[in-house]
Design a protein around this ligand. Structure first.
Ligand code: GUN
Ligand code: ZN
Length: 437
């Protein structure tokens, strides 16, 4: 058993943030021996209940849940900042040529290691990530995530048409490879598999049907894809699947909408699409830096909340511009302010933080319900993935956070001014994964 004394931020079931100025987080093994949060609360109330426990004191630091990135592309680490008129030319000119390099396992392993360390350096302890269409890229990413003991989900991209040589896969083989990877990796330590059709336009109906069959056969496995990101993409998807009610409806028609299915973007939706998300239990990965960078549009928060479906925040690197959850939360705030059909919405800093931690975990089905592990909230029983923030990491942060009169002011200062310098340490499964010198 180990304990950490610091200011502690965590999230209750009702989504509210709980903040302890002088808190204690006790980490110890659960019944299976996995390191979890055994207790959390005010230092003074808890300390006497754990006599002899080794306490590490972090004065002036804030301990908070590790961030959860709901959608990111490992092989696009080097694609960040590639400008294009919009999504489709960006894919063709930058992304596909780059991803074609990942047939090489050594190259894939080098990028995977850098990518995971970069996530941890930014305080992200869990991600739902795209690999490429090459099984070697998936093996590399899982192996590297396993070494780091991360709760991490990825999968082989399915794209058997309208894709150039080098990334295009073959229908039958792609489904065989997917099932083989599920069997080899899903549930190994903290790893999970995601069936990953890139997006409807680059899969044949046969590939989507096969993916849907696998999604039914392996209900614990995740599904991830993209939808309704860009107007040209939507027109293309509608042309290719005219019999579906909408672009999103195409995924439903192939059995790809269910709990644990995460769709990136979900921008250009109508209320029937939103109801389909709600009824199937699918969730949106809201990717504001990507949407702003590629000029895709704005996620409709009001529509999502009115109809009531799940969503969480994502970087979408390399369409997205940053690994930093602080940059993503700030971009989401801008979208909430300015990008709404119903103006006047203002996302609170607690809501934004929740969307990138406990909310994203819930969207993944990792909220601790029905025997599933819990991450992202630091409640007792949840897995011990957390960060230590130094609110004095820069002169301006030190000045601004010292003036915060309440939790909202403190969290807003961190969101608006924060970046990787705020993350002093990242703990994965109770162990220090990264320490800033
Ligand atoms: N749609 C299909 N593939 C991609 C991708 O790699 N990035 C984004 N942002 N959208 C996509
Ligand atoms: Zn994406």
């Amino acid at each position: 058993m180990k304990a950490h004394r610091a200011a502690i931020l965590r999230f209750a079931d009702d989504r509210s943030a709980v903040y302890e100025e002088d808190g204690l987080l006790v980490v110890g093994p659960d019944a299976q021996g996995h390191p979890v949060v055994r207790a959390v609360g005010p230092y003074r109330e808890l300390i006497d209940r754990y006599p002899g426990v080794v306490v590490t004191h972090h004065p002036g630091r804030i301990l908070a849940p590790g961030f959860v990135d709901l959608h990111i592309h490992c092989p696009q680490t080097d694609v960040i900042g590639s400008p294009a008129e919009g999504l489709l030319p960006w894919l063709e000119n930058y992304t596909f040529p780059h991803e074609s390099r990942f047939h090489d396992g050594d190259y894939a392993a080098e990028v995977a290691g850098f990518f995971l360390d970069e996530l941890l350096r930014h305080g992200v302890t869990t991600a739902l990530a795209f690999a490429t269409s090459h099984p070697a890229s998936v093996d590399a990413l899982f192996a590297q995530a396993r070494q780091r003991q991360m709760r991490f989900i990825t999968g082989k991209v399915l794209q058997d048409r309208f894709s150039p040589d080098g990334v295009r896969d073959q229908t039958e083989q792609s489904l065989i490879d997917t099932e083989d990877l599920i069997r080899r990796w899903h549930g190994v330590d903290r790893l999970g598999y995601a069936i990953t059709p890139r997006f409807a336009p680059t899969s044949t109906p046969a590939q989507l049907r096969g993916a849907g069959e696998l999604a039914a056969r392996y209900p614990e496995v995740w599904v991830q894809s993209h939808v309704a990101e860009n107007k040209a993409e939507i027109a293309w998807a509608r042309e290719l699947f005219p019999e579906s009610r909408s672009y999103l409806g195409t995924y439903a028609d192939f059995g790809l909408m269910r709990e644990r299915a995460i769709y990136a973007h979900c921008i250009h939706f109508d209320d029937d699409d939103r109801a389909l998300m709600r009824e199937t239990g699918a969730a949106a990965a809201v990717s504001p830096t990507s949407n702003l960078f590629l000029g895709s549009g704005f996620f409709d928060y009001e529509g999502a909340d009115r109809v009531g479906y799940r969503y969480g925040l994502a970087s979408d690197v390399g369409g997205g511009t940053s690994f930093s959850p602080f940059h993503t939360m700030l971009a989401a705030y801008y979208v909430g302010r300015e990008g709404q059909t119903k103006p006047g919405l203002s996302l609170s800093p607690q809501q934004l933080w929740w969307q990138h931690t406990a909310g994203a975990a819930l969207a993944l089905g990792l909220g601790g319900v029905a025997g599933a592990p819990a991450i992202g909230n630091l409640q007792p029983g949840s897995e011990a993935d957390f960060v230590l923030l130094n609110p004095k990491a820069t002169p301006l942060l030190a000045r601004k956070t010292a003036q915060a009169r309440n939790l909202d002011e403190l969290l807003f200062a961190l969101i608006v001014l924060g970046d990787d310098r705020l993350i002093e340490q990242t703990f994965v499964a109770g162990q220090g994964a990264l320490t800033r010198a």
